[in-house]
Design a protein around this ligand. Structure first.
Ligand code: NAD
Length: 296
C-alpha cells in the first residue's frame, strides 16, 4: 500500500487527507495545531507529532500549507541550506507533491533542491474550494517532470476531478495565479452587482438565479453569491490567503511585463479589506467593502 505523509491539515488539507484514507492509502498526517491531527485519526488515518515523523517511510509526501515561507521551512528546514528539513529525510525516489498556492519561483527552486537528492517535486495547486476538497472534485494544475506526474497520478485522482499536467516546475503555480486573478476579479464584480441590484430594489436571489443561466453565470456566482446574500462570511477561502495570492499575481505579472490593470485594482481592494481587519473572513466579504463605498 502506498504510504503518504501529509503535512498541513487545515480547511483544504483536512478533507483531502481524509479522502486519501478513503481511497485506501496509508496516510500519516501532521499539523501544527494537534486538534486537526485528531480529525484525521478519527477518519482512519495515523497521527504524527512532527513533520519528520509524518514522512518516515513515505512513498509520497503531500504538503498543504498557507504560504511560500511555510513550505520552505518544512521542506528545506530552518538553516536554509536544505539539510534539516523534510527533503533531507526522504529516500531517493520519493515524490513530493506541494498542493499549496505559493510563488512559482519558489516552486522551481524546491524542484531543483529535490532533484539534487533524487526526489521528484511537483507543484500541484488546486481550485474548487473547501467543497471541492470535501467532495474530491478539485481542479489540480500540475508543474514538474512528466514521470513524477505519472507516479503521483493515483494520489491526485483521489482528491481531484480535473487533473492536468500543465508544464515544467512552477507552471502549476503560474496557472493557479491566473486562476486567482480570474476569481478575485469575478468576486469583486459579483459584489458590485449584488449591491447594485439591492439599491434598485430587485430580489437578489431571483436575479442570481437568472444570471447564473446566462453569460454572467460562473462557479463564483453559483457557489459564493448564496453565502454572500445570507451574509455568511465564514471561510471558505480567507481574505488573507487571497491577498497573498494577488501578491503572487502582481509580482509575476511585473516579472513578465504584463499589464493587469483590473487585477492590480482588485489586489488593492483585497489589501484594503484585510487592513480593515477582515483577513479571517471569506473573500466573499468583498461585498462589505462595496456596501461601505456605496454608503449602504
Ligand atoms: P488553512 O490555514 O486552513 O490550513 C493550513 C494549515 O497548515 C493549518 O491547519 C496550519 O495549522 C497548518 N500549518 C501551518 N504551518 C505549518 C507547519 N509548519 N507545519 C505543520 N502545519 C502547519 O489554509 P487552507 O485554506 O487549507 O489553504 C492551504 C493552501 O491551499 C493555501 O496555500 C491556500 O492558498 C490554498 N487553497 C485554499 C483554498 C480554500 O478554499 N481554502 C482553495 C484552494 C487553494
Amino acid at each position: 500500500m502506498t504510504a503518504i505523509g501529509f503535512i498541513g491539515l487545515g480547511v483544504m488539507g483536512g478533507p483531502m487527507a481524509a479522502n486519501l484514507v478513503k481511497a485506501g492509502f496509508d496516510v500519516t498526517g501532521f499539523n501544527r495545531s494537534p486538534a486537526k491531527v485528531e480529525r484525521l485519526v478519527a477518519a482512519g488515518g495515523r497521527g504524527a507529532t512532527s513533520a519528520a515523523e509524518a514522512v518516515e517511510g513515505a512513498d509520497v509526501v503531500v504538503t498543504m500549507l498557507p504560504d511560500s515561507p511555510d513550505i520552505e521551512a518544512v521542506l528545506l528546514g530552518g538553516s536554509g541550506k536544505g539539510d534539516d528539513g523534510v527533503l533531507a529525510r526522504l529516500a531517493p525516489g520519493t515524490v513530493v507533491v506541494d498542493m499549496s498556492t505559493i510563488r512559482p519561483d519558489v516552486a522551481r527552486s524546491l524542484a531543483a533542491a529535490g532533484a539534487e537528492r533524487g526526489i521528484g517535486v511537483l507543484d500541484a495547486p488546486v481550485s474548487g474550494g473547501e467543497q471541492g476538497a470535501v467532495d474530491a472534485t478539485l481542479s489540480v494544475m500540475v508543474g514538474g517532470e512528466a514521470a513524477t506526474f505519472d507516479t503521483a497520478r493515483p494520489v491526485l485522482d483521489a482528491v481531484g476531478r480535473t487533473i492536468v499536467h500543465v508544464g515544467p516546475a512552477g507552471a502549476g503555480q503560474t496557472v493557479k495565479a491566473a486562476n486567482q486573478l480570474i476569481v478575485g476579479g469575478t468576486l469583486q464584480l459579483v459584489s458590485e452587482a449584488l449591491v447594485f441590484l439591492d439599491a434598485h430594489g430587485v430580489d437578489r436571489s431571483r436575479a442570481v438565479e437568472v444570471l447564473a443561466g446566462g453569460l454572467a453565470g460562473s462557479a463564483v456566482l453559483d457557489r459564493k453569491a448564496p453565502a454572500m446574500l445570507a451574509r455568511n462570511f465564514d471561510p471558505g477561502f480567507r481574505v488573507d490567503l487571497h491577498h497573498k495570492d494577488l501578491g503572487i499575481v502582481t509580482a509575476a505579472a511585473r516579472e513578465a511585463g504584463v499589464a493587469i490593470p483590473l487585477g492590480a485594482l482588485v489586489a488593492t481592494l483585497m489589501a484594503s479589506l484585510r487592513a480593515q481587519g477582515h483577513g479571517d473572513l471569506d473573500h466573499g466579504a468583498l461585498l462589505l467593502q462595496v456596501e461601505q463605498l456605496s454608503g449602504r
